[in-house]
Design a binder for this molecule. Structure first.
Ligand code: NOJ
Ligand code: CA
Length: 715
C-alpha cells in the first residue's frame, strides 16, 4: 500500500514537470499558438498561426562575458498564465483609443548548476507576440555583461523579405526586396563598399524586418521598449533559415551591461495573412509602458515648414562664413566675413514666416541659426556647438516675435555632430534657452561618428543618451524630433513628447541621388512599425538642377505621390518641406497640405501590399472630414476605391489630387489633376496612379453652397 502511494506521487510530479517544460498559450482570438519548451534544458519556443507553423523551434538565451553562459541546463521552477484587456487613449496617434488585449505566460527558469534565475515573459496578442527576458534580483546574479544574445527566429521557408543591411550607425538605406536566400549576394554586391557595413556580417539585417511567405503569411520582426540595452540586428543563416539576435557592441565589443533586477526589450513578431493588419497593429505601442508624464497638455501635433530644403539642395548654407578650422571659444563670429550664402538670415526667415503663417502653419524650423557650422563635421570633435549662440545675422528675439505675431513659433535645431558628451554638457542651458525664447520643440541630430570615440549610434550608451534627452526635454515641456537616433520601438507611448524620429532614409536623399519609388510603400511596414517618422514630404519641384544648376539630383516621385505621404506616413509632426517659391507655383495642389490635419480620430487601411502600394483613409480628430492617401511603387496601377468608411447619413464633397494621365516619376513628375465631386458611403471610384505616383483626397461634409457640385466621376 505504501509503495503504491509513493508511485502515484512520483507520477504526479513527473507529470507536473513535463507539463511545465512544454506549455502553450493561445491568442485571445485563438488564431495564434505560442509554445514554450525546455529542450533538454535549453529554453526554446515555437509559434503557429491558424494551425500552421510560422516560427519553428527557436532557442532563447545569452552568451556572457566572464561568466557561464545562460544557454542551457535550465529547469522550470514554476509558471503563471494571465489575461489582460484594456483600452487606452494615446496623447496623439492614428486613433483616439487603442485596445491592448493579450494572454500572458511567465516562465520562471533556473540554471541548475549555477542556481541563477531567468524568467521569460510572453505576451500573445491576436496579431503577434512579444517575449522578453527578466532577471529577478538574486544572490547568484548581480552584475553581468552580455557578449551576445541568442534569441532565434526559425523560419519555415525562403520568404520574400523587405530588408536593409545591418549597420551599427545608420538606417538611411533604400530597402531591398528579395528572397531571404538572396540577401547575402545582394549585400555583397551593393553594400560591402560602405565602411560601416563591412564591420557587420553581409547577412545581417536591421529591424523592423517584414517578410511574406509563399503561403501568404506576413511576419514583421522588431523589438519594443528598447531601454538601457543595445539595439538588436538579426543575423541570417541561409542553411538553417534561422535569424539570430545580433546586438550592437560598445567601443570594447561588449553588447550590454546588466544589473539585476533587469529586463531586456521585447522581441516581437507581428503575424497575419492580411498586409493591412500589419499597418493596423499596435503591438509595439502596447508592449511599452503607459505614459510616464503627468501633464501632457503641452504636447501638440505640429505642422511646420523649414529653412531646410534649400540647405539640403545646396541653394544656401548652414555656415555663416567660409572658415575651415574653427574652435568655438576662440572665434569671434561677429568679426568673420559672411559668406553670402547663409540661409538662416533675418530676411530669409521672415520670408518663410510670411508664407507659412498665411497658410496656417504652426512652426518654422530654422537650421544653421547657431555658431559652429563652419567646422562641425567628420572630426570627432568634442566641443562642437554650444546651442545658445546665434550667428550675427540671425536676430532671434526679433524673429521669434515676428513669428508669434503671426500665430507661429520658431522650431529649434540642435545638430550635435554625434558629440553626446558636448550635448549633455550643454543640455540644461540649451533647453532653458529654448524656454526663455519661446520654443517648445527641437529637431535634434546625430550626424557622424559618435563621440566618445568607438561607440556606435545604436549601442546601449547612445540609447540611454537618446532617452535621457527626451526625459530631460519633458522637464522643460519640450517636444523632441531626433534624427539619426536609434530606430523607434514604441517609446512614444511612455514619453509622448517624442513626437518624431528620422531613423530611416528620408526625403533628404532625394537630393543625394533619390529614393527608390518603392521606398514609401515599404516604410509603413517596417520603420513606421516602431513609431512616427519625420520623413519631411511635400517636394513639388522634382529636378533640383532646375533651381540649383550645379546640383544634379531628381526627386523620384510624382507631385501627387508627395501629397499622399501626409496620410500614408503617419506622424504627429508633418513638414511641408519645399520652399515657398515652389509652392507658389503650384498653389492649388498646395491646398491639400494646408487642409490635411496632423491629429486623427480613426484610421482605415484600405489596401496594402509591401513594396507595391498603400492606401489609407483617416478621419480628422477635430471635424467630420476624412483624408485619403494612396501611393504606388515604380509600377503604374489603377486603384479601386470605395467610400464605405464614410458616415452613412452624410453627404460629402471629395477633392481628388491625382497624377495627370501623362504623369511619370521619371519623365513628367509634376503633372497632376485636381477634380471635385459629391460622395456618400455608397460611392465608389477608381484612381490611376502613375509610376512612382499616388493620389490624395480631402473629403469634407457638403454644405448648401455645394449644391451645384455633381457626383464624383472617375477621370
Ligand atoms: C541630417 C538630418 O537628417 C537633416 O535633416 C539635417 O538638416 C542635417 N543632418 C543637419 O543637421
Ligand atoms: Ca539624416
Amino acid at each position: 500500500m505504501k509503495r503504491f502511494f509513493v508511485l502515484i506521487i512520483a507520477f504526479a510530479m513527473a507529470f507536473s514537470v513535463s507539463n511545465l517544460s512544454a506549455q502553450s498559450i493561445l491568442s485571445p482570438d485563438g488564431d495564434l499558438k505560442f509554445t514554450f519548451k525546455l529542450n533538454e534544458g535549453v529554453p526554446t519556443y515555437s509559434v503557429e498561426y491558424k494551425q500552421a507553423p510560422v516560427i519553428l523551434d527557436s532557442r532563447l538565451g545569452f552568451y556572457l562575458n566572464g561568466a557561464e553562459d545562460l544557454l542551457d541546463g535550465f529547469t522550470v521552477l514554476s509558471s503563471e498564465q494571465s489575461t489582460f484587456d484594456e483600452t487606452w487613449e494615446p496623447v496623439w496617434g492614428e486613433e483616439i483609443a487603442i485596445r491592448n488585449h493579450y494572454n500572458e505566460l511567465l516562465v520562471h527558469l533556473e540554471q541548475q548548476a549555477t542556481e541563477r534565475k531567468m524568467d521569460i515573459r510572453i505576451r500573445l496578442f491576436d496579431d503577434g507576440y512579444g517575449l522578453r527576458y527578466e532577471f529577478p534580483r538574486q544572490d547568484g546574479l548581480t552584475y553581468f555583461t552580455v557578449k551576445e544574445e541568442r534569441t532565434e527566429f526559425a523560419l519555415t521557408g525562403d520568404h520574400r523579405a523587405f530588408w536593409m543591411p545591418g549597420d551599427y550607425d545608420t538606417q538611411e538605406y533604400d530597402y531591398f526586396d528579395s528572397r531571404l536566400s538572396e540577401m547575402g549576394a545582394i549585400a555583397a554586391d551593393h553594400v560591402s563598399g560602405n565602411a560601416s557595413t563591412t564591420r557587420f556580417s553581409d547577412w545581417g539585417v536591421q529591424t523592423a524586418l517584414t517578410m511574406k511567405s509563399d503561403e501568404g503569411i506576413y511576419i514583421t520582426l522588431h523589438e519594443a521598449a528598447l531601454v538601457d540595452y543595445s539595439c538588436m540586428h538579426l543575423l541570417y543563416n541561409p542553411d538553417t533559415k534561422v535569424f539570430t539576435s545580433w546586438l550592437t557592441p560598445d567601443a570594447i565589443g561588449n553588447k550590454a551591461y546588466m544589473q539585476t533586477p533587469a529586463k531586456t526589450p521585447w522581441r516581437t513578431a507581428v503575424i497575419t495573412d492580411d498586409a493591412r493588419e500589419l499597418l493596423a497593429s499596435r503591438l509595439t505601442l502596447n508592449l511599452n509602458e503607459p505614459c510616464a508624464l503627468e501633464d501632457t497638455s503641452w504636447i501638440k501635433p505640429v505642422k511646420y515648414m523649414g529653412v531646410w530644403w534649400e540647405l539640403i539642395t545646396n541653394k544656401s548654407t548652414w555656415a555663416y562664413a567660409n572658415e575651415g578650422n574653427v574652435k568655438l571659444d576662440l572665434v569671434d563670429f561677429a568679426a568673420l566675413k559672411p559668406n553670402g550664402t547663409h540661409g538662416a538670415t533675418n530676411d530669409n526667415v521672415k520670408r518663410y514666416i510670411d508664407f507659412a503663417s498665411k497658410y496656417g502653419f504652426d512652426q518654422l524650423l530654422v537650421e544653421g541659426w547657431n555658431i559652429g557650422w563652419e567646422d562641425w563635421f567628420g572630426q570627432h570633435k568634442d566641443y562642437v556647438f554650444d546651442f545658445v549662440t546665434p550667428y550675427p545675422d540671425f536676430d532671434l528675439p526679433e524673429l521669434q516675435k515676428y513669428a508669434n505675431e503671426r500665430g507661429m513659433r520658431l522650431m529649434m535645431h540642435h545638430e550635435t555632430s554625434a558629440s553626446i558628451r558636448n550635448y549633455e554638457r550643454h543640455m540644461d542651458k540649451a533647453y532653458q534657452f529654448m524656454v526663455d525664447n519661446g520654443y517648445n520643440s527641437v529637431k535634434s541630430g546625430y550626424v557622424g561618428n559618435i563621440f566618445p570615440r568607438g561607440e556606435y549610434h545604436y549601442g546601449q550608451l547612445m540609447n540611454n543618451h537618446y532617452l535621457y534627452a527626451i526625459k530631460k526635454a519633458a522637464e522643460y515641456k519640450i517636444m523632441v524630433n531626433a534624427h539619426e537616433a536609434v530606430r523607434p520601438t514604441g517609446l512614444c507611448r511612455t514619453y509622448p513628447n517624442l513626437i518624431g524620429n528620422e531613423s530611416a532614409r528620408g526625403t533628404e536623399y532625394q537630393s543625394f541621388g533619390g529614393n527608390h519609388p518603392h521606398h514609401v510603400t515599404i516604410l509603413p511596414f517596417t520603420r513606421l512599425q516602431g513609431g512616427p517618422m519625420d520623413y519631411t514630404p511635400g517636394i513639388f519641384r522634382m529636378d533640383i538642377s532646375s533651381f540649383v544648376p550645379s546640383h544634379n539630383s531628381k526627386v523620384l516621385s510624382t507631385l501627387a505621390n508627395q501629397l499622399a505621404l501626409y496620410v500614408t506616413l503617419y506622424s504627429p509632426l508633418q513638414m511641408a518641406a519645399d520652399m515657398p517659391e515652389h509652392y507658389e507655383q503650384y498653389i492649388d495642389a498646395f491646398q491639400f497640405i494646408v487642409d490635411v490635419p496632423v491629429e486623427w480620430s480613426e484610421s482605415r487601411y484600405l489596401a496594402a501590399e509591401p513594396g507595391d502600394y498603400v492606401v489609407i483613409a483617416r478621419k480628422d480628430k477635430n471635424s467630420e472630414s476624412w483624408f485619403v492617401g494612396g501611393v504606388t511603387d515604380d509600377n503604374a496601377r489603377t486603384m479601386p476605391l470605395s467610400f464605405d468608411f464614410l458616415d452613412a447619413n452624410k453627404e460629402y464633397v471629395a477633392t481628388v489630387y491625382a497624377d495627370a494621365k501623362d504623369a511619370d516619376y521619371a519623365t513628367n513628375p509634376e503633372a497632376y489633376v485636381i477634380y471635385k465631386g459629391k460622395v456618400t458611403s455608397k460611392s465608389a471610384t477608381e484612381i490611376k496612379m502613375a509610376r512612382g505616383g499616388g493620389f490624395a483626397i480631402s473629403i469634407v461634409e457638403a454644405t448648401p453652397a455645394d449644391k451645384g457640385i455633381k457626383k464624383l466621376k472617375k477621370k
